[in-house]
Write a protein that binds this ligand. Structure first.
Ligand code: HEC
Length: 124
């Protein structure tokens, strides 16, 4: 009984370790493919610093935390509404202070895909 408990605890520990790694470490190569696939990010964003529909994403990691980018890519309108300091800075930069809607379309990605795409854009 005790041994079973110990083995169970060890397995849970392993599962948590790997689960956490998977949740935080996105795959930038997969993210690049997603970024460039039809109708996704590339429709509106360039990977250098020039504007398309949205800002060029070169150096984006100096403007946003990884956690913020994950939230934003998962649901831009909710983040826009939350109006945190990073959104306020973005609104100011793109000249949309006081605008109720963001022009960024939600990515319709799974959490793992969001991690991948964010790993890719933080490499720009
Ligand atoms: C329909 C166009 C569109 C698509 C598709 C789109 N975005 Fe955006 N994105 C925008 C716009 C526009 C903004 C700036 C906010 C605004 O003007 O509403 C933005 C802002 C951002 C920002 C903040 C940039 C900064 O300089 O602060 C990031 C990061 C971002 N988008 C990532 C992505 C990723 C990753 C994808 C693909 C999953 C994506 N976007 C798809 C239009 C788009």
């Amino acid at each position: 009984m005790k041994l079973k408990g110990l083995v169970f605890a060890m397995l849970m520990g392993l599962a948590l370790t790997f689960g956490a790694t998977a949740a935080f470490a996105g795959d930038a190569a997969k993210g690049k493919t997603l970024f460039e696939s039809t109708g996704k990010c590339k429709t509106c964003h360039k990977t250098d610093s020039t504007k398309l529909v949205g800002p060029g994403l070169a150096g984006v990691k100096s403007r946003h935390s990884e956690a913020w980018m994950k939230k934003w890519v998962g649901g831009p309108q909710a983040v826009w509404d939350a109006n945190d300091p990073e959104v306020q800075e973005l609104k100011k930069r793109v000249g949309k202070e006081g605008k109720p809607k963001t022009a960024m379309a939600p990515g319709k990605l799974t959490d793992a895909e969001i991690d991948d795409v964010v790993a890719f854009i933080t490499s720009l």
